[in-house]
Design a protein around this ligand. Structure first.
Ligand code: NAD
Length: 500
C-alpha cells in the first residue's frame, strides 16, 4: 500500500459478521514496528469478520518531517473527526524542540476525557509477580492540574490551579460504572485525597457516591489515594475497576502496568463524547522495526476494546479469547518467550496465524472474557441551579518587608480595610494562619493570603470588593490575586485556614 500522507485509502473488510452496517474507522499504521503490528491486527480482525471499514491516514514521523509540527496533516484531522474512531499504531516522537506530542494534541483537541488502561497478569503463561492481578484504571484525562493554568505570583511562589468540575467528574465516573457493566466487572473503586482537598477531590468523591447509587449491581468503594496506591503496588489482585483524577491516574496506571509484567500486552483507550482512540501502551520500538519479531498483542487488545466501543462486543470476545488461547498454548513472540513457560518462539506473522487458527476457541486455564453487547454511552446530567452568595474575599499580597512580621502586615491591612467598612479576618502563609495569633515557628514566604469580611452581613455586591481593593491599592499594598468567598445554597464553599 502507498501512502502520501494527505490522502486516505480505503480497505474494506471482506464480509461483515452482522447484518448491521459496518462501522467506518480510521487507521494509522504509525512508525517503527507500527506497520507490522497494525497489519497483523487488521489481518486478525478481518479473519474474525469484524464489521469494520477502514480509512488509512498517515501521521507521525513522516508528517513531522514534512513540516507538520503536531505530526498530523489537515486531511488526517478531517478523517479522524469524520469517522470518530481511531485505531493508532505507535508513533516515533522526534527528538529536539519545536515538535508537539501527537498524543497530547489528539487528546486535547478531541476532548478525549477518559483514559482506560488494563493491567493484567497472564500467569503462569507469562511471568508476573502478581498472578491474580486484573485491574482497569479509568483516568480522568482533561481536568485537574493538567489544565495547565500556572502563574508565578511573587519572587518565591508559583501556583497551579486544580480544576475539578461536576460534569467532568460525573462523566468519567459514569463511564467507569458503564464500563464495569459491559466488561462484566464487579467492583469500582474511587481514589481521591478528599481528607485534605475537601472541595475539589471532595466533589469527585461526592459525585462518585451519587452515581454509584444508580448501579446497585456493582460494588463501589472509596479509598484515599496514598494508601490505595500502596495497595495497588502490594496487593493489586484486590482491585477491579479504579476511577480517579488525572494526576493520580497518571501515576497509578504506570505503577500498575509496571508490576503486572505485561506492558507489551496492554492496550489503552482514550474516549471522548465524539471521538475515541485506541492504541497499544508501548512505543514504536525502533530497535526491532522491520525484523518481523514484534508482538502485535498490545494493539490487538486495544482493537478488542475498540470493537466493544463500536458495539461489536461478540467479535471482540471471539478475538480476545483466541488471543488468550494462543498465549496459553505457549506460542510466544520473543519479548515474552521464556523457556519452561513457552512452547514455541514465533515472529509477528506466525503469532498472527496462530491467533487466527484459534478464532472460535476459548482458553482452558486463563479466564475467558465475556463482553455485553452495546457500546458505552455516557451523558452527564444538568447541574441543578444553586443560590450563590458573595460573602467576602481572599486577597493575595506580595509583601517582603519588616522581617516579614505578620503583625506588621496584619495591622496595616486592618487599618486600610476599616476605611471602607471591611475587616481583616485572618492571614495565612502557605495555608497556615499567621495573623492574628500566629506562632513564631511558622515559616513565612513573601506570599500572604488575607481574608476580608465586610462589616455588613447577608451577602454583598461585587462593588464592595472593588472598594476594598481600591483602599488596599491606595495604601500601597501589592495585590497579586483575589478569590471570592461564596456560599452555595447556604453551604460554605471555601476552605478555612489551618488553625483558623
Ligand atoms: P518502546 O515501548 O518503543 O520500547 C521499549 C522496549 O520494548 C524496546 O526494547 C522494544 O523493542 C520493546 N518493545 C516495545 N514494544 C514491543 C513489541 N510490541 N514487541 C516486542 N518488543 C517491544 O519505548 P521507547 O523505546 O522508549 O520509545 C520508542 C519510541 O516510541 C519513542 O519515539 C517514543 O516517543 C515513542 N512512543 C510512542 C508512543 C505512542 O505512540 N503512543 C508511546 C510510547 C512511546
Amino acid at each position: 500500500m502507498n501512502f502520501n500522507g494527505s490522502e486516505t485509502e480505503t480497505l474494506t473488510a471482506p464480509e461483515a459478521s452482522t447484518t448491521d452496517a459496518p462501522t467506518r474507522i480510521t487507521v494509522a499504521r504509525g512508525d517503527g514496528i507500527g506497520p507490522e503490528i497494525m497489519d497483523a491486527t487488521l489481518r486478525i480482525l478481518e479473519a474474525a469478520k469484524a464489521p469494520l471499514q477502514y480509512d488509512l491516514i498517515e501521521i507521525g514521523a513522516q508528517m513531522y518531517n514534512a513540516g507538520h509540527t503536531s505530526g498530523i496533516p489537515p486531511a488526517a484531522w478531517d478523517t479522524i473527526r469524520r469517522n470518530k474512531v481511531l485505531l493508532k499504531a505507535p508513533i516515533t516522537t522526534p527528538l529536539g524542540g519545536g515538535y508537539k506530542s501527537l498524543n497530547v494534541t489528539l487528546r486535547k483537541a478531541l476532548s478525549l476525557f477518559a483514559n482506560v488502561r488494563q493491567s493484567k497478569a497472564y500467569t503462569p503463561f507469562v511471568d508476573s509477580h502478581h498472578p491474580g492481578m486484573n485491574l482497569v484504571i479509568i483516568r480522568e484525562n482533561e481536568e485537574d492540574l493538567y489544565a495547565g493554568i500556572e502563574h508565578q505570583q511573587t519572587p518565591e511562589v508559583a501556583q497551579i490551579l486544580k480544576l475539578i468540575t461536576r460534569p467532568g467528574s460525573e462523566r468519567i465516573i459514569r463511564y467507569a460504572f458503564e464500563y464495569a457493566r459491559v466488561y462484566g466487572r464487579r467492583k469500582v473503586t474511587c481514589m481521591t485525597k478528599d481528607n485534605i482537598m475537601k472541595h475539589t477531590d471532595g466533589l469527585f468523591h461526592r459525585v462518585f457516591e451519587e452515581v454509584a447509587e444508580e448501579y446497585p449491581d456493582i460494588e463501589s468503594e472509596h479509598q484515599i489515594i496514598d494508601i490505595g496506591a500502596a495497595r495497588v503496588a502490594a496487593q493489586p489482585e484486590q482491585f477491579d475497576v479504579i476511577v480517579t483524577l488525572n494526576l493520580y491516574g497518571d501515576i497509578l496506571s504506570d505503577i500498575a502496568s509496571q508490576i503486572a509484567g505485561s506492558v507489551g500486552l496492554a492496550g489503552s483507550a482514550n474516549i471522548g463524547d465524539e471521538v475515541a482512540m485506541f492504541e497499544a501502551v508501548h512505543g514504536s520500538a525502533p530497535d526491532i522495526a522491520g525484523k518481523g519479531v514484534a508482538n502485535p498483542s498490545g494493539l490487538l487488545v486495544a482493537a478488542t476494546q475498540m470493537l466493544v466501543h463500536v458495539g461489536a462486543a461478540e467479535v471482540a470476545q471471539t478475538v480476545k479469547n483466541a488471543w488468550l488461547k494462543t498465549l496459553e498454548d505457549g506460542i510466544h513472540t520473543a519479548d515474552i518467550y521464556r523457556s519452561g513457560l513457552s512452547r514455541r518462539e514465533v515472529g509477528t506473522d506466525a503469532f498472527t496465524d496462530a491467533v487466527i487458527e484459534r478464532l472460535g476457541d476459548e482458553p482452558d486455564h486463563l479466564e475467558p472474557v465475556r463482553y455485553r453487547a452495546g457500546g458505552i454511552q455516557v451523558a452527564p446530567s444538568p447541574t441543578p441551579a444553586q443560590e450563590k452568595v458573595l460573602q467576602g474575599v481572599d486577597v493575595f499580597i506580595d509583601w517582603d518587608e519588616a522581617d516579614r512580621d505578620p503583625n506588621v502586615i496584619g495591622d496595616g491591612l486592618q487599618q486600610a480595610a476599616e476605611t471602607v467598612d471591611w475587616r481583616l479576618k485572618m492571614i495565612t502563609n502557605r495555608g497556615v494562619k499567621v495573623y492574628p495569633d500566629g506562632l513564631p515557628e511558622t515559616f513565612w514566604t513573601d506570599h500572604w493570603r488575607c481574608r476580608f469580611l465586610p462589616q455588613e452581613t447577608g451577602g454583598i455586591a461585587f462593588d464592595r470588593i472593588l472598594e476594598l481593593l481600591g483602599a488596599l491599592h491606595g495604601d500601597g499594598w501589592d495585590v497579586i490575586k483575589t478569590e471570592h468567598l461564596y456560599t452555595f445554597d447556604g453551604r460554605r464553599a471555601y476552605s478555612l485556614g489551618q488553625g483558623e
